[in-house]
Every structure is written in C-alpha cells, then in structure tokens.
Write a protein that binds this ligand. Sequence first.
Ligand code: ATP
Length: 223
Amino acid sequence: MSPSIRPEDGRVVPLHPKLADPGAVRVEIRSKRFGGTEVLRNVHFTVSRGETVALLGPSGIGKSTLLRIVAGLDPEFEGEITRPTHMAMVFQEPTLMPWRTALQNLTLVHSELSEGDARAALDRVGLKGRHDAYPRSLSLGQQRRLALARAFAGRLDMLVMDEPFVSLDPELAESMLALTEELIAELRPAVLFVTHARAEAERLASRILHLQGQPATLTPHLV
Ligand SMILES: Nc1ncnc2c1ncn2[C@@H]1O[C@H](COP(=O)(O)OP(=O)(O)OP(=O)(O)O)[C@@H](O)[C@H]1O
C-alpha cells in the first residue's frame, strides 16, 4: 500500500514511519519533460537506508535531471518522490561559500553542530589546521574534503552525489573515493550517485541502475 498520496504534479511526501523504512528513498517518475521533449518516462526504484545505488548512462540521457528531481531541486515532473528529511548533496564542483571560513562553511549549514563537533568533522576529513582558511586558499582536494565534511556532518539519512570524483587526478580521486567509502560505511545513509566510471560504480555501489532509451527509462543490473 502506498504510504502517501499520489498528486498529479510532482511532490515530495514524507513517509509515515510505521508504514515503511523512514530512511528509504522511493522514486516514481511517470514523466519528465523539457518543453515538448520527454526526457524520462516510468522511472521507478527505491534506495533503502544503508544501500548505495549508482546511476550510469550515456551523456545527455537524463542522469542529472533525475538526480535533481530526487533531491527536490526540480518539482516540474509527473510522479512522486518520497524521501527522508535529512538529505545532503555533493556536486562535481564543491559549492562552498567563498566569504566564509572552512569552519563557518560547516556551522552555517549545520546550526545544530557544536563548534567542537564541527572541528572534529573537519579533522575527520583531513583538514586539521585549516579550520580558519577561506575556500580560495584551500587546494581543490581540500575544498572537496570540506564539501564532504559538510555533507556528512550532522544527521544524514540520504546522500545524493552528481559525479563527485570527475576531473580529479587519479591520486586525488582515489583518496576522495576511499574517504567517501569510509564515511558512507560509518553513517549508512541511502546513497544515490551519478557517475560515468563503471569501476567507481562497482566499487561504491551495491546496485547499479542504467538509464537507456529516449525517453530514458531504467534497466537494473546487480553488481
Ligand atoms: N533546463 C533544461 N532545459 C531544457 N533541456 C534540458 C535542461 N536540462 C537538461 N536538459 C536536457 O535534458 C537531457 C538530459 O540532460 P541531463 O543533464 O540530465 O543529462 P546527463 O545524463 O546528466 O548528461 P551528462 O552525463 O552529460 O551530464 C539533455 O538532452 C539536456 O539537453
């Protein structure tokens, strides 16, 4: 039985905790159009808490569009998304506030965090001694670490990542991948991430979903 109503337009409806896993993400997209072009059709899947799902597919197929809908950034679709309250996103580029220190980038987003906890979260991702640095004085790797610290700080039920390791040199990509793996294992959120790299998908994900066709739909493959 559906735990939530099914409006005609896209809406995000909280799950009733007694009816289903409150940490789960459920995606039911009947259709997504940009003007006259239908990009997604009948895309249905769930991500349980503690599960990591990778989304693969050719360039331009609709991966970022799907991710934006799931994250609640694009309400213009037909269907329904059910997701937990505490969600974080990690993008290709670290979206940091340039006029705030590393510590403030964390505490302004997570007002519930004590300063001690925020500092510990920065230390956890290897930013010891850089708490008071501004993003422009951090290396790209340090900026990415700060973005990860921000995503994983506080309560995290769901994590959405859009090609988080793209355009990094292999060494940095490997260290970010390892750090992300550790943080996911510690917090066990429901994770949905987009990647072009099959090896990355196979390493992080317990399940891989392929977007194919026009309009795109899903073909599931178990790793
Ligand atoms: N705001 C928009 N307005 C109109 N068309 C759009 C918009 N955003 C995306 N599209 C189109 O929707 C389709 C899917 O785009 P999307 O960015 O989701 O693909 P993608 O699979 O993430 O691609 P890539 O792997 O290259 O990032 C593309 O044809 C794109 O041109």
